[in-house]
Design a protein around this ligand. Structure first.
Ligand SMILES: NC(=O)c1ccc[n+]([C@@H]2O[C@H](COP(=O)([O-])OP(=O)(O)OC[C@H]3O[C@@H](n4cnc5c(N)ncnc54)[C@H](OP(=O)(O)O)[C@@H]3O)[C@@H](O)[C@H]2O)c1
Length: 328
């Protein structure tokens, strides 16, 4: 039996999200994982609100990533996995805000013994997004702008970019500026109308790469010749986020066909199509956390039953924290 959070009505989570119980059977080729921890982030908030392009209808379970324990391998023929093993992963479609999932073994990565489960759960979606986004920038050196450098994805991106040797610039408000600076970014306040001019003069003509979640077109003017923008989202603060995401993805896709200086990075798509690469990246992130070369946000644990509170914390949590749902 699994218990899963189910969005039955978009909007207020205390009214529209309910626990749904159902029997979970090991479908062919799938392992059953008992989930112990799962992160709650901005994508879940958007999905519960009805504002997430990839979940346009009610009746789904939010949550992209998880840490858990392998409970059943009856239907899996060949695999190195073992019953009782601790694993983590990202699903190509949502569904991890649940007590159990049936998952393809190719989606899971072992969690190193020395890594706490709640800490491991802060990483899969956000850190994998940051790491792939940086690799999509293409250049191996130069200057990199990270929009929202004190946010969940941004703070991982700053760490990866610093480790790769980029000169790192980040946008942040006063709220998250301190965190972005501590991680090593030179911070520009995105409320300052002249922040792009300041970036242009600090970089002598523009950055070599940018990771952006705002969909800003103006950002194109802050790029050095052949500099590349990697879009991870299109949060343009309009009330029509689903529409702006759809048009933004389309525009970025078309733009890429004409000039390859704008790319999209979607981890659900990467997980669906580039599984081995995704697993390698997640495994290397766990190694980095285990040896201390990467710093995870502080995990703020919330019980599974307090889902509305968990979502509330995820929207207003302190910089450098991540909301983690703890399953019963
Ligand atoms: N493509 C993918 O696979 C993927 C994966 C995960 C997440 N995402 C998406 O990526 C976006 C960011 O996710 P997240 O979890 O990192 O969110 P987050 O933790 O809320 O961080 C977003 C950051 O953006 C900053 N920000 C707000 N308005 C801004 C503006 N106008 N210009 C520049 N920065 C601004 C905020 O800074 P202040 O707090 O200082 O205001 C905040 O720290 C979301 O849309 C999410 O859905 C995409």
């Amino acid at each position: 039996m699994t218990q899963a959070m189910r969005v039955e009505c978009f909007g207020d989570p205390s009214a529209g999200v309910h626990i749904h119980s159902q029997t979970i059977r090991p479908a062919r080729g799938r392992a059953i994982v008992r989930i112990t921890h799962a992160s709650v982030g901005s994508t879940d908030i958007a999905a519960v609100r009805g504002d997430y392009l990839l979940q346009p209808f009610t009746g789904f379970t939010p949550g992209y990533d998880f840490v858990g324990v392998i409970e059943n391998l009856e239907s899996v023929r060949h695999s190195d996995l073992q019953i009782g093993q601790r694993v983590a992963g990202v699903l190509p479609r949502m569904g991890t805000h649940a007590t159990h999932i049936a998952v393809a073994p190719s989606l899971v990565v072992p969690v190193p013994d020395e890594l706490d489960s709640a800490i491991a759960a802060t990483a899969p979606l956000d850190a994998v997004t940051a790491r792939f986004a940086i690799s999509y920038v293409g250049s191996e050196e130069g200057s990199l702008l990270i929009q929202g450098a004190g946010g969940a994805v941004g703070s991982w991106a700053v760490q990866f970019a610093k480790a790769l040797g980029y000169s790192v610039f980040g946008t942040a408000s006063q709220r998250t500026r301190g965190l972005a600076e501590r991680l090593g970014a030179t911070v520009l306040d995105y409320h300052d109308p002249d922040w792009m001019d300041r970036l242009m003069s600090a970089t002598h003509g523009g950055v070599t790469g940018a990771i952006d979640h705002t969909g800003s077109r103006a950002l194109r003017h802050a790029m050095a010749p052949r500099g590349r923008i990697v879009r991870i989202a299109f949060d343009d603060e309009s009330k029509h986020q689903r529409l702006s995401t759809a048009t933004g993805f389309l525009a970025a896709g078309l733009h890429r066909c004409s000039r390859p200086n704008e790319r999209m990075c979607s981890v659900p798509l990467i997980v669906a199509t580039r599984r081995a690469a995704y697993r390698n990246v997640l495994a290397s992130i766990f190694r980095g956390l285990a040896i201390g070369s990467l710093a995870a946000p502080r995990a703020i644990e919330h019980p599974f039953g307090g889902y509305a509170d968990a979502l509330e914390h995820a929207s207003h949590g302190d910089p450098g924290t991540k909301t983690i749902l703890v399953m019963p």
